[in-house]
Write a protein that binds this ligand. Structure first.
Ligand code: BDR
Ligand code: CA
Length: 309
């Protein structure tokens, strides 16, 4: 049976590839809507970027809703230094033909979940968790409609935004604390895993050889010049791991843990304390993935992307 999913996202090159992969795997995923959030760039741009991606993939009818323009409490800190001024540097895509759909992203999440059967919708969270946190506060009754939340965020080791914190959790730590405290089934995919899923030059070249519009755009994004290489030899595929996990869970390992988010404004802001060894004796609130078998993940992802126009 196809899994009903919603993608909440701040594209972002890796978000874009994740959306493309979900659409390429249409026999597995019933993508009901995309909700955009402020993150890598401002929300008007992340929503426009999500539209550019669905149009590229040949799904112009898929609804993209713009959500929150700022984190719950803190000032928005964008990441153009990673993604470029429009968030999709290197994609070479035209502006979207259509504007985002009417209706705020948070209202969309609430309405869509209220209309769904119990435990039937999977939420794929690829950016700061603001939209979902606000939806849970606005409509706590949506919790039982959610089958699971799979989120890219956090780290068991060093962060990428600060030494302590990964970008998505750093950007809106209060939202992350709300989501982790909501009693939902949450799978957390942090930097400790995603930094072992770096597309190598050979894998990126395979994408470039696809000779499709999507292949060209992905290749352009993954080969764009990045200041200092941003610390890796290939290109990280952070958000793509969310879709990869849902499609091929056998390629991942993990365990149930207690995770706490630092919401203070100091140097630990956005730190995820992941109690891997259960030292704190707190009930688990997330399934934390620790390993991916990256070679088959890339093989399968590239094969799937090859089906797009
Ligand atoms: C996360 O931050 C964003 O820049 C990426 O899209 C990803 O969601 C990685 O830390
Ligand atoms: Ca993202």
């Amino acid at each position: 049976m196809r899994r009903a999913i919603v993608i909440d996202t701040d594209p972002g090159q890796d978000d874009a590839v994740a959306i493309l992969l979900a659409l390429a795997l249409g026999e597995r995923f019933d993508l009901r809507a995309i909700t955009a959030v402020a993150g890598n760039v401002a929300v008007a741009q992340t929503a426009a970027n999500a539209r550019r991606i669905v149009e590229l993939a040949g799904h112009p009818g898929l609804a993209v809703h713009a959500g929150c323009a700022a984190p719950l409490v803190l000032k928005l800190e964008t990441a153009e230094f990673v993604c470029g001024p429009d968030g999709l540097d290197g994609a070479g895509l035209p502006p979207p033909a259509l504007p985002p759909a009417g209706g705020h992203g948070v209202d969309t999440l609430v309405a869509l979940l209220r209309a769904a059967a119990p435990a039937s919708v999977t939420l794929c969270m690829l950016g700061p968790l603001t939209n979902l946190a606000l939806a849970l506060r606005l409509a706590p009754d949506i919790g039982p409609r959610i089958d699971q939340v799979v989120l890219m965020g956090g780290a068991m080791g060093l962060g990428n935004m600060t030494p302590a914190a990964e970008y998505n959790i750093y950007a809106d730590p209060h939202a992350a604390a709300v989501v982790l405290g909501a009693g939902l089934r949450v799978t957390l995919i942090g930097l400790h895993l995603t930094l072992t899923a770096i597309a190598s030059h050979a894998q990126v070249a395979r994408i470039g050889a696809l000779a499709t519009r999507a292949g060209r755009a992905v290749h352009g994004m993954l080969t764009r010049p990045r200041a200092g290489g941003l610390g890796s030899v290939g290109h990280p595929m952070h958000d793509v791991c969310v879709i990869g996990f849902l499609a091929w869970p056998e390629l991942f390992t993990g365990r149930d843990c207690f995770v706490e988010v630092e919401t203070g404004a100091g140097p630990l802001r956005g730190r995820t304390t992941i109690d891997w060894h259960g030292r704190l004796r707190q009930p688990a609130n997330a399934h934390v993935l620790d390993r991916i078998d990256a070679a088959p993940f890339f093989d399968r992802a590239i094969d799937a992307l090859a089906r797009l126009p």
